[in-house]
Design a protein around this ligand. Sequence first.
Ligand SMILES: C[C@](O)(C(=O)O)[C@H](CC(=O)O)C(=O)O
Ligand SMILES: [Mg+2]
Length: 295
Amino acid sequence: MSMISAGSLFRKAVNENHPLQIVGVINAYSAMQAERVGHKALYLSGAGVANASIGLPDLGMTNLEDVCIDVRRITSASSLPLLVDADTGWGGAFNIARTIKELTRAGAAACHIEDQVAQKRCGHRPNKELVSKEEMCDRIKAAMDGKIDDEFVVIARTDAHAMEGQAAALERAQAYVEAGADMIFAEAIHTLEEYKQFTKIIKVPVLANITEFGQTPYFTCKELESVGISMVLYPLSGFRAMNQAALTVFKDILKNGSQKNSIPLMQTRTELYDMLNYHAFEAKIDALFTCKDQK
Ligand SMILES: C[C@](O)(C(=O)O)[C@H](CC(=O)O)C(=O)O
Ligand SMILES: [Mg+2]
């Protein structure tokens, strides 16, 4: 068991990678796959919990425990630091402090809390509504007060760019850092120049969310690094690809009475077992247990 906290690992990953790529994993197995291919940090998307685990749109209908269930599963399966989408923090000041404690206990390394009203929307959808700058600063203070590990990272997300414009977004981000936020998440930004304006005045690491089919172009890591971005988020890329592949297979089975055509889309049994370290478990059964029931 590592003595270094998850929060410390996340901070280390931000310091050592320029920028740090953070990939969304909607379940434990996805987390294992991302770790195996060499990723350094993972993300649990709020939309991912709502869509994939519960079958709901990302409109503020999930709660702390819904998210903690997925956090526990992912952090049990992977040793990589996990950034968690905590939406608006799920309540008032004391609720937010509890959110930080419970996420930490569940093994999360970091979370982001946004300045939308509780009935939130996806950051890349129209008609978002924000709480005041002061109310968001209180959310951050509550989050800092809730830390049970000083190294746990609280990222303040501002959705202001789309609703109030770039100047207001910059002003809010500055206020959030003054309120104690460890890092900043600049949501739904359109240009590299705008990112640069953030990183110029914000003295803590800034995250860019490069989600698909949204408001932000598919800037590369190189481009984002050139404007001082420290973290690049791909919240749902794996999920979207998995969904498309599964849909193709489901249709194929129905249409053709067989899955034969879809086999090339599938991960093989051997690959699956390799990822799960299956054979080591099997060997353990033989080595450790004598009763038939165990075998
Ligand atoms: C990052 C995000 O908050 C998420 O829940 O993954 C979403 C992503 C998306 O809907 O594409 C967001 O609001 O940007
Ligand atoms: Mg979200």
